[in-house]
Design a protein around this ligand. Structure first.
Ligand SMILES: Cc1ncc(COP(=O)(O)O)c(C=O)c1O
Length: 401
């Protein structure tokens, strides 16, 4: 990188020395951020259209979240699960008031939310004396990096060297009901599906397929789990993605945008299923942390406003129109898909990580989906000016190719 990049380079050098090599982060290190703007250790400014991979739902340093964070930090940080806490109770109340769910279990991440969902599903059948432990997930799906979640996930690369994996997982084809029909049986405990496959490149589920999937689950006594870790909390222009399809899951998992940057996961379900997670069957030291829950409560309060969600859809239109023009003018993209403020551009020839480096050089933060697509998951409250400036920076990056 550039000559004056010393502060970034020095810190990146220490990173290489002391951090495990499982990530390959950019050569610049973010130092501070506000809204959809980020400044690195050399004070270079970036527009953030990656949103920390759909996590910074209200951008960086949102004043209401900071106020809530500080107030809670001055009151109560941690209690242990021997004691309940008010922010967790309030957040669970909000989530149950606003969704199909009647009960909530809190954890710290999407992987943990899914872990709880699968444990609840298997235990639900066990409690009824049924011998059902099989799970159906989908090709190209992503559910996290724990052993359970790589077993569920569609990526073979994520599994190499980590076996033996969790037994009983079968993979069906996304949006292909006959492939699910050929795998489901009276041994199937649950089907887990993302309403939009985000990591795979923002591929949305078909309404008719999801309806048939719901019916198939009901006919077979199988629980339907929706992994809304990336799709939830306004990302698709709905509070949760399932609301777009008029179909309810039995269990829903949330994380990422739920905390607006605070680590939190949640597993939501109905009163008839929740008793399977009976006292002592599952737990987490930090799950339901008062600070994370207090901040998340404000995130949900802001994002669940219908006007806010409408604006997400308007900004999707704005971004899609600009990106479609860019695709025509630059010939770099071979396809564009969106679902709310969640957009993926397939790249014709270049490697996505090479293009990402060009974006960084031009003051733009994005993420990829595999190595042939760029993914946009900006703050849901991003301003139109920040969108325009971010896309100008993208044009500069594309023009360098
Ligand atoms: C759909 C989905 N599920 C689960 C996860 C895992 O979440 P976490 O990284 O918080 O464990 C992710 C993360 O990208 C995801 O996109």
């Amino acid at each position: 990188m550039k000559k004056n990049n010393n502060n970034n380079i020095k810190l990146k050098g220490t990173y290489e020395e002391v951090m495990m090599p499982n990530y390959a982060p950019a050569d610049f290190i973010p130092d501070r951020a506000l809204g959809s703007r980020v400044w690195d250790k050399n004070n270079k400014e970036y527009i953030d259209l990656g949103g920390g991979i759909a996590v910074n739902s209200l951008g960086h340093s949102h004043p209401i979240l900071i106020k809530e964070l500080n107030e809670q930090a001055n009151k109560l940080w941690h209690t242990s699960n021997y004691l309940a806490n008010e922010p967790a109770i309030n957040l669970a109340k909000k989530l149950t008031d606003l969704t199909f769910a009647e009960k909530v279990y809190f954890s710290n991440s999407g992987s943990e939310a899914n872990e709880a969902a699968i444990k609840i599903a298997r235990k639900f059948h066990h409690d009824r004396g049924e011998n059902r432990d099989e799970l159906i997930s989908f090709e190209n799906s992503f559910h996290g990096r724990s052993l359970l979640n790589i077993s569920l996930g569609g990526s073979e690369n994520h599994k190499i060297g980590f076996g033996p994996l969790v037994r009983g997982v079968k993979h069906a084809k996304y949006n292909d009901i006959s492939s699910v029909e050929s795998l489901i049986s009276n041994k199937t405990a649950a089907i887990i599906i993302e309403p939009v496959q985000g990591e795979a490149g923002v591929y949305e589920v078909d309404q008719a397929f999801l309806k048939s999937l719901r019916e198939l689950c009901d006919e077979n006594g199988t629980l339907l789990i929706m992994d809304e870790v990336q799709s939830g909390v306004g990302r698709m222009g709905y509070l949760f993605g399932y609301m777009k399809y008029d179909i309810e899951p039995d269990i829903l998992t949330s994380a990422k945008g739920l905390g607006g940057g605070m680590p939190i996961g949640a597993t939501l379900t109905k009163n008839n299923i929740a008793p399977s997670l009976s006292t002592g069957t599952h737990g987490s030291t930090f799950g339901g942390n008062p600070i994370a829950c207090a901040v998340s409560d404000k995130v949900i309060q802001i994002v669940s406003d219908p006007t806010f969600l409408n604006e997400v859809k308007q900004k999707e239109k704005l971004m899609m129109s600009a990106l479609s023009d860019m695709a025509t003018n630059t010939k770099v993209f071979s396809g564009i898909r969106s679902s709310g403020l969640w957009i993926c551009c397939d790249i014709k020839e270049l490697d996505a990580f090479e293009l990402l480096d060009r974006c960084y050089e031009n003051g733009l933060i994005l993420v990829t989906a595999g190595n042939k697509a760029l993914r946009f998951a900006p703050a849901l409250n991003i301003s139109e000016d920040d969108i325009s400036e971010g896309l100008e920076n993208l044009t500069k990056a594309l023009n360098q190719i």
